[in-house]
Design a binder for this molecule. Sequence first.
Ligand code: BES
Ligand code: MN
Ligand code: ZN
Length: 512
Amino acid sequence: MTALTLSTAGAATLRADALVVGVAKGAKGPVVAPGAEAVDKAFDGKLASVLETLGATGAEGEVTKVPAPSGLKTPVVLAVGLGAVPEKDETYDAETLRRAAGAAARALTGSKKAAFALPVEAAEDVEAIAEGALLGAYAFTAYQGGEKDAKNSKNGNGAKLPLAEIALLGAKPRDKAYKAAAERAIALTEEINRARDLVNTPPNDLYPESFAAVATAAGKEHGIKVQVFDEKALAKGGFGGILGVGQGSQNPPRLVKLSYTHSKAAKNLALVGKGITYDSGGISLKPAGHNETMKCDMSGAAAVFAAVVAAARLGLAVNVTGWLALAENMPSGSATRPGDVLRMYSGKTVEVLNTDAEGRLVLGDALTKASEENPDAIVDVATLTGAMVMALGNRTFGIMSNDDAFRTSIHEIAEEVGEQSWPMPLPSELRKGMDSPTADIANMGERMGGGLVAGLFLQEFVGEGITWAHLDIAGPAFHEGAPYGYTPKGGTGSAIRTLVKLAERTAAGDLG
Ligand code: BES
Ligand code: MN
Ligand code: ZN
């Protein structure tokens, strides 16, 4: 993981491989952003015109590298676009800084050390820049080549390694708020990057048992109690949903409970994650073209895991219980068939009409189990439906809830931490589409509004009177396009920042 420090050094005096400055889109061309005054001076005040000559406009995501003049201690200046100059008396918003820092860190892959001289007005800016830089400086290289050639910042295949060291300039290291902001960003992004690693790990290595082992080890390290229900315990407990999904695989399912508690906690938050370590569709097999990225189907569980560990590392004054519903959905002679009826942990029976609608089965059991402890709120996170991707695209997750105010709060929190989300309804008329002639409910309903149908199914397994929200992250969990901002290819760590902020708000007593 990339190291990050706050530095009081001037932009012209720090020794590094590159110096990052911001450039905004002014009315008459690019404008050098605050924080880079000393750098501009080393260019005799002509940095903006040099950048313009090189074709820079200041547009968001744009990266321009310029050889540094002799007055600087770095060979290269990297100007990253910040978009429009803020209105008078306003500053750059956090997500703009986060994305710019991420784009800059990505463009410096293969470099050892970079100094960031981006605009910093307050601790929030330090936090955003640190988050963006640390999330941008991510690469999943565990399976590439042999020995790493760290000296030349390359991995065994000769691919460049992420930027190793970041110094944030313009910060006041002895300022408590600045220091806390940097420390929060470091803890949070380490957990997000760990979740990305889990998502990116191929499913032959990450299966329910190995995922549970990772959670157990992390629990030991961070003082979190971890309880693992193996296939025997699941059978004894009557977890028919989790077992039914996992029974086709050589890799048996697990339910993992992570309990973080704080002595001054007044509230209990439960988080439930869909952890399908591979979703082949089962007997309702997915066609080629729809299964290559289905290792990402445990992204909800990875998000929940990361959020609980982050809450522990940040010492939040709230009890957070994470439930990871882990199974591998495979076709085989022992697999659940379309037409089978499962008895869920709640006692309800489900006719499985489509074995590819497996997420709701493992989550149903976990939601009922989580409800037994009567938490103040439950939030589940899942790559649940292709329909949600159709509705909201690849970057936005849907939020459904049995409580309008809670759904609004989560939407606002997501917005605040820079995650795109949108509130979705749970129209009750869609429930009858899941009526089954054989069982209490079927695991499929109308095709139209499929994401909402899945939400309505989950709602059936939430305990009476418990505030609950469901985040369908099927779109943003796994990024297949070109990297942008701080978002790499592959696992993104979607919803983690929202969950951690929700835990912080709950600790502060800001929610219900
Ligand atoms: N894991 C998939 C949903 C998914 C789709 C995640 C695209 C990420 C990207 C889920 O288990 C699934 O297969 N859902 C089906 C449900 C249907 C059979 C009712 C779907 O969305 O097609
Ligand atoms: Mn599926
Ligand atoms: Zn799935």
